[in-house]
Design a protein around this ligand. Structure first.
Ligand SMILES: [Zn+2]
Length: 512
């Protein structure tokens, strides 16, 4: 095949069941690109769209002629379930484009894999099935998914190759996009049809236990990569998806997805082997957090080394509002000094700081409009005397970790000094996974002795140059991403499951 014709598309949303629904505006304000603008966005020197999408396009460009057909890529920050009309609108545009521009040799789908819709527990699978129905049985469908995907039978049936992130923090998005392109090139060159095997385990780990730099999850992923290497070219991809527990769907659970070059038995055997290995590692998928009281005491301890705190209950990267005040208020009440705190999402406060100007003093009112239906119950008002230290328009390029080299649009931003606590206020609901959130406002992470971030785990990659793993504390704050699972009214998780139901059992022979 000299120049394969490949459609490019995706709908990216990680849904927290307990967060407010994702609207059309949530997609429009982050990524909504079609046609030539989509292809141009992927080839930009500092892409603003999903890194794996950009990488897929570049890897296809680099490996020979092809005929890309850019359809639609829509992405939202993590939020609640997507409204049905929004899902229908995006998936409808995509299928119309496929029907208008087909036939194709292949389709690349760039999804997250943990989307929930008001009408469906599995809109990712539904979109993939609609794509398959639009293009027919012949073309290869290759899909990239986030490590937190909630894998379903529908997704596996619709796709030919599935490539999941292998790192958490997700610093390998670019490499996985390349993998998807390389696998597609191999399939098209060989004419062989890949086969996928899929195993689901009844364990729904919270994200804090899914770090890949440590056991057990890192060991599991390494094991899969090692077995793939040992099997030579028989396996195209091994992905171990950790699940996103807050989606609260029947498809939650740690899952193993193996794509074989063409032999279903090889895929099945390896998936079973990895699933057994995962089940043998169960005890590792639990974690103790640091209480707010202990964190505040630590912050005020003059003898300690520099530390970084994760405000774990309020991670915008998991659907959190980015404006809970519990930890900020506790630090302020005790008079903590020399704290860098980022980032509080409060457009009203950011705009007021811009009006006052750098150097100005005022009473900073956080969450002044709380009570509005879009506010969560944890988004309590908080106010303190403040000085405006610095201002920024929020257009920056990421420095380190998951957003390195990517364009970010954080909206009007300000640094406020609350008598020793320097708070970054942003206008876009983003997690503080990159030191650029501080550096853009002249706040130096390198000389800080206590940094607090609204991020669950991705900040580890961005701040690793200054904070070793034993200087990182996950603080047990309240909010939409509190990883203490028995606090949540889960309705749809497959039960029994670990760690919620200690009596849970599993064997591949029973459930494979
Ligand atoms: Zn993820």
């Amino acid at each position: 095949m000299t120049a394969p014709k490949v459609a490019l598309l995706g709908m990216i949303l990680e849904s927290n069941r307990f967060a407010r629904p994702a609207t059309e505006e949530d997609f429009r304000s982050l990524t909504w690109l079609e046609g030539a603008a989509l292809l141009d966005g992927a080839r930009s020197a500092t892409p603003a769209l999903a890194a794996e999408f950009a990488a897929f396009v570049r890897a296809m460009d680099a490996t020979g002629p092809w005929h890309p057909v850019p359809c639609t890529l829509a992405a939202s920050h993590p939020a609640g379930p997507v409204a049905r009309d929004v899902f229908d609108q995006i998936s409808g545009r995509i299928t119309d484009q496929l029907i208008a521009h087909g036939p194709f040799d292949a389709v690349y789908i760039c999804n997250h894999g943990a989307m929930v819709a008001e009408h469906s527990h599995d809109p990712d699978g539904e979109l993939m099935q609609r794509v398959r129905a639009a293009i027919g049985a012949g073309p290869i469908i290759v899909s990239t998914l986030d490590l937190h995907a909630n894998m379903s039978d529908q997704m596996v049936k619709a796709c030919d190759v599935i490539v999941g992130y292998r790192t958490n923090p997700h610093v390998d998005m670019f490499e996985r996009g390349e993998d998807a392109a390389f696998s597609l090139r191999r399939c098209l060159a060989s004419g062989r049809r890949p086969k996928i095997a899929f195993k689901k385990l009844p364990i729904v780990p919270a994200s804090v236990t899914l770090l890949t730099a440590e056991a057990p999850y890192g060991d599991l992923i390494n094991f899969g990569q090692q077995r793939q290497a040992e099997l030579g070219g028989a396996i195209l991809n091994v992905s171990d998806f950790g699940n996103f527990v807050f989606s609260d769907t029947p498809n939650n659970g740690l899952s193993v997805v193996v794509t074989a070059r063409d032999d279903p038995d090889v895929a099945e055997a390896l998936a079973s082997e990895i699933a057994d290995k995962a089940w043998s590692m169960l005890e590792g998928f639990v974690r103790n957090l640091t209480s707010v009281e202990k964190a505040v005491a630590l912050a005020c301890d003059p003898e300690r080394p520099p530390v970084i705190f994760s405000d774990a209950g309020d991670n915008p990267g998991g659907g959190g509002s980015g404006r809970t005040t519990e930890l900020l208020a506790a630090l302020h009440a005790i008079g903590a000094k020399n704290i860098l705190y980022g980032s509080f999402c409060d457009p009203d406060l950011a705009i007021e700081a811009h009006q006052i100007g750098a150097g100005g003093r005022f009473t900073a009112k956080f969450n002044r409009n709380s009570g509005d239906e879009r506010w969560e119950k944890w988004d309590q008002p908080f106010q303190a005397a403040a000085k405006v230290l610095a201002l920024h328009d929020g257009a920056v390029v990421g420095e380190r970790g998951i957003t390195k080299g990517r364009q970010l649009s954080l909206g009007p931003c300000a640094a406020l000094d609350l008598d020793g606590i320097r708070v970054v206020v942003i206008s876009d609901r983003s997690q503080t996974a990159d030191p650029v959130f501080f550096h853009m406002l002249g706040l130096d992470v390198g000389t800080a002795t206590c940094v607090v971030v609204k991020s669950r785990g991705h900040f580890r990659a961005g701040f690793a140059a200054w904070f070793a793993p034993d200087q990182v504390y996950e603080v047990d704050t309240a909010g939409l991403t509190s990883p203490v699972l028995d606090r949540w009214p889960f309705e749809f998780l497959p039960r029994p499951c670990l760690p919620l139901d200690p009596e849970t059992t599993w064997s591949d022979a029973d459930h494979g």
